[in-house]
Each structure stands twice: as structure tokens, then as C-alpha cells.
Design a protein around this ligand. Structure first.
Ligand SMILES: Nc1ncnc2c1ncn2[C@@H]1O[C@H](COP(=O)(O)OP(=O)(O)O)[C@@H](O)[C@H]1O
Ligand SMILES: [Mg+2]
Length: 274
């Protein structure tokens, strides 16, 4: 095949990830899983495992179902009338769409960061303390600890520690996005879902978010939607390529980008469509 249209720059840290990781350490399992809006299928019978503690990228052209799939993991699609699922989505040992599931508890395990940074029009402190406060933590000292720890994990602490009571909307776009990561981490999730988290950011802020993903890798299971293939190659261990709702290919990022098994994957990563 042709070489990819960009330089692969796979970090050393990922060289030793075994291809079998999704089978051996699955965290989220999609089994013949579909998502419909009314009668239209946006995700079609996809089967793959998101491995625990690693970074999985979901790529594919606009409208192929990436966001729909990501939102299905913490049942954000519930809010959309007519949206329903078929097949299985297993999180840990629970069926996300089974009758036993506690959706509030599920969402507590799964943090989410969106394309456009969306801090609340509140102080930096209150943005991060929001989730823990909702969960019933009222002790100011405890909240302050959580805020500091979360901002440190999100690589924002040094920049904001002296102005925690300032309005979050005064931060730069890149800082706002790291604040959103801190807000997601504050409820101590296992999984972090990121839907095109850098597409509204400048290159410098994008690099900071990518570095942050590398730091969070190992502690959290991360699924990131990106239409930027270089980014997928840089940050992820595994990649799922979706096209028109179908899972065309899933595998080690390095393999998928250098030796794709499917012609459609090859066409996409060499820039022939999408
Ligand atoms: N709220 C919605 N109601 C109806 N159709 C939707 C909704 N959101 C997305 N879709 C449709 O589902 C398909 C997949 O969309 P989406 O998951 O947003 O794709 P992507 O994130 O890959 O761009 C598209 O055809 C889109 O029009
Ligand atoms: Mg999308």
C-alpha cells in the first residue's frame, strides 16, 4: 500500500502494548451494538472492545457515528427522543442498556469532554467542585483538595492556583478545555470520553491536551474521537475506524495506520476520501 499521508510518530511507551490487550483487559465491550435515531441507524452492529487503561481513538469521516457511539457509552443519547439501541454494550460487568443499570452511577464512572470547551459561568474552583458537590461532598477543605488534585491531573494547577475564584470564562480556550478535563476527573471516573477535544483549539493548546492524554493514560480508560489522523496516531494505542456507522477495522493504532487490513481503511488514511 501507499505510505500514510503523514509521519507516524508512535511514542516509545506504546511499543510494548500487545495486540491482545482489548481481549485480555476489556473495559467496554460493544457486541453487535447499534444506535438508531428513529429508524435511521447511526451505529451499525459494531463489535469491539475498548481496553482498560489505554487510549482508543475512534476515527472516520463526518457523520459516521463517532459521537453517537461515544455518547452511547454513558447513555447521553437517552435525552434524544427516538434514539434507541440494539445489541449489547458492556461496561465492566454491566450491560449499559440492561434493566439493572443505575444510570447515575454509570455516569459517575464515565467523564466526558466535548469539542467546544463548556465551562460553567462560575469560578474556576466551582467548576471543578461542581460534580463532587452534586455527589454530596460539602466539606470545603475536602472540596479544595479535590479541586487541587483534579487541576493538577489536568495540568492546569500552576496556571490557575492563584486565581481560583476568577470566572472560568476568562481563561483561554486551551485552559478552558483543561478545566473541563479537571471537572470530568473531579468525580473520580474510570473512563474519560473525549469528543474531538482539540478541534476548537490552537496548535499549542492541542499539544498540551495531547500531552495530558499521555499522562492520564494508564490511570484512565480513554476513548477519543478525532477527525485528525495524526492525532489518533500520536495519542492512541488502538483505533476503531467507522464508516457510515459500520466498524470497518479495529486494531493496534500502529498497525491500522501502517498495515491496514481493509481497503476502505487504506483509502481513508491515505486521504482518498473523508
Ligand atoms: N440528535 C440526532 N438526531 C437525529 N440524527 C442524528 C442526531 N445526531 C446525529 N444524528 C445522525 O447520526 C449520524 C451520525 O452522527 P454523529 O454520531 O454525530 O457522527 P460523527 O460524530 O461521526 O460526525 C449522522 O447521520 C447524523 O446526522
Ligand atoms: Mg461528532
Amino acid at each position: 500500500m501507499e505510505a500514510p499521508a503523514f509521519d507516524l510518530n508512535i511514542p516509545e511507551a506504546r511499543a510494548d502494548v500487545p495486540e491482545s490487550a482489548p481481549q485480555e483487559h476489556p473495559h467496554i465491550l460493544a457486541r453487535d451494538f447499534s444506535v438508531f435515531y428513529g429508524s435511521n441507524a447511526a451505529v451499525r452492529q459494531v463489535t469491539f472492545n475498548i481496553p482498560r487503561g489505554l487510549v482508543t481513538a475512534v476515527i472516520g469521516p463526518s457523520g459516521c457515528g463517532k459521537s453517537t457511539f461515544l455518547r452511547a457509552i454513558n447513555r447521553m443519547n437517552d435525552l434524544i427522543p427516538g434514539c434507541h439501541t440494539r445489541g449489547e454494550l458492556i461496561f465492566g460487568d454491566q450491560n449499559v442498556y440492561g434493566p439493572q443499570i443505575d444510570v447515575a452511577a454509570l455516569r459517575q464512572r464515565v467523564g466526558m469532554v466535548f469539542q467546544k470547551p463548556n465551562p460553567f459561568p462560575k469560578s474556576i474552583f466551582d467548576n471543578v467542585a461542581y460534580g463532587p458537590h452534586i455527589l454530596g461532598i460539602r466539606d470545603r477543605r475536602k472540596l479544595a483538595e479535590i479541586v487541587e488534585r483534579s487541576l493538577m491531573r489536568a495540568a492546569l494547577w500552576e496556571e490557575v492556583k492563584d486565581r481560583l475564584s476568577d470566572n472560568a470564562l476568562g481563561l483561554s480556550g486551551g485552559q478552558q478545555q483543561r478545566l473541563c478535563v479537571a471537572r470530568a476527573l473531579a468525580i473520580d471516573p474510570d473512563v474519560l470520553l473525549m469528543d474531538e477535544p482539540t478541534s476548537a483549539l490552537d496548535p499549542r493548546s492541542t499539544t498540551r491536551i495531547e500531552d495530558l492524554i499521555a499522562e492520564l493514560r494508564g490511570t484512565y480508560t480513554i476513548a477519543i474521537v478525532t477527525h485528525n489522523m495524526q492525532q489518533a496516531a500520536r495519542v492512541s494505542d488502538f483505533t476503531a475506524f467507522l464508516y457510515e456507522g459500520w466498524l470497518i477495522e479495529f486494531g493496534l493504532t500502529q498497525q491500522l495506520f501502517t498495515r491496514p487490513k481493509e481497503k476502505q481503511t487504506e483509502d481513508y488514511i491515505t486521504g482518498r476520501f473523508g
